[in-house]
Design a protein around this ligand. Structure first.
Ligand code: SAM
Length: 293
């Protein structure tokens, strides 16, 4: 039997992301904010999701920052600071003789920061930073959301003082997989298609993590180390809840983009409560490098 490929894929191909992010009437979103998917999630949901992310990934990040020797007096920059947990940890670690800049395109969750943390609205796609200034620059799950991660990386490297350290930690969905339910394969196919469409529309690169070692080298840094973190998780574990929080929170945006239809949204909602399931999470590729003195 001949398979009609056109009929097997009823979702239209995406046009450019800019065209597909219509603002609702009266919505006050800065034009350049629109690119980031999280900007289309309501504030309470996004706040919860970012805190879940911190709960899952902070232990690994802090272990790496500790290993890099972050200590009293260091000048640190956190780009895409999210809900601010790492900026808070850095402030505590560097003490009153150090300084921390917590920068984000959308700094609405960077509240109640300790004294000495300078919260900045910054768009790393366009805004320059102080040259040769920081002992440490850190980002996590940021570059994968940018249309030109190489330019953003170059800005962060330029902000490092000679001898300064960059720790970049980015996601890679290469191993992502859901199992434990009869419809698991249907969900995996849907998620792969969704990630592919986001990549095609240049909204995000879900497989960016694997590029990080090479891009760090190409940025002129001396590569000092790297790690990849993936987990296999069950309901009730923080990573499992984060994966589902992200899938559910982005359903309205995916419908708006034409990536999900109603049946897809229903499948996601139905499987989200299933208790006998297992997820292999997004991997975090962490790379650290040093600016030559
Ligand atoms: C997935 S969240 C990660 C938050 C935090 N780094 C973490 O791992 O907990 C991505 C963050 O990057 C920020 N972001 C996205 N595009 C940005 C840009 N162009 N410049 C600066 N920050 C940006 C978002 O507002 C969001 O806070």
């Amino acid at each position: 039997m001949k398979i009609d490929l056109a009929r097997r894929n009823p979702i239209p191909r995406l046009a450019r992301a800019r065209v597909l992010w219509p603002l609702n009437e009266g919505e006050q979103v800065h034009d350049s904010d629109q690119h980031y998917l999280g900007a289309h999630i309501d504030a309470d949901t996004e706040s919860d999701r970012l805190q879940l992310l911190e709960g899952c990934r902070d232990p690994g990040t802090i272990r790496r920052l500790d290993r890099l020797g972050v200590s009293r007096g260091w000048r640190c920059l956190e780009v895409g600071a999210g809900h601010g947990s790492i900026a808070r940890w850095l402030a505590e670690r560097v003490g009153p003789t150090g300084s921390v800049v917590a920068a984000d395109l959308d700094p609405r969750f960077l509240t109640d920061m300790p004294a000495g943390v300078d919260v900045r609205r910054l768009d790393i796609r366009h805004d320059d930073l102080e040259a040769d200034s920081y002992d440490l620059v850190h980002c996590r799950a940021l570059l994968m959301h940018l249309p030109d991660p190489i330019a953003a990386l170059a800005r962060m490297v330029a902000a490092l003082r000679p001898g300064g350290l960059l720790l970049a930690e980015e996601g890679d969905y290469g191993l992502w997989s859901y199992g434990g339910h009869a419809d698991a394969q249907q969900l995996n196919t849907l998620i792969t298609r969704m990630l592919t469409r986001l990549a095609e529309a240049k909204i995000a690169n879900p497989w960016f993590g694997r590029r990080l070692p090479d891009l760090t080298l190409a940025s002129g840094l001396e590569l000092r180390g790297s790690e990849v973190e993936t987990r296999v998780v069950r309901p009730g574990e923080a990573d499992y809840e984060f994966e589902w929080a992200s899938l559910l929170a982005t359903v309205p945006a995916m419908i708006k983009l034409g990536i999900y239809g109603e049946a897809d949204a229903n499948l996601i909602r139905a499987l989200s409560g299933h208790l006998n399931s297992v997820i292999t999470t997004v991997s975090i590729v962490a790379v650290w490098g040093q600016k030559p003195s």
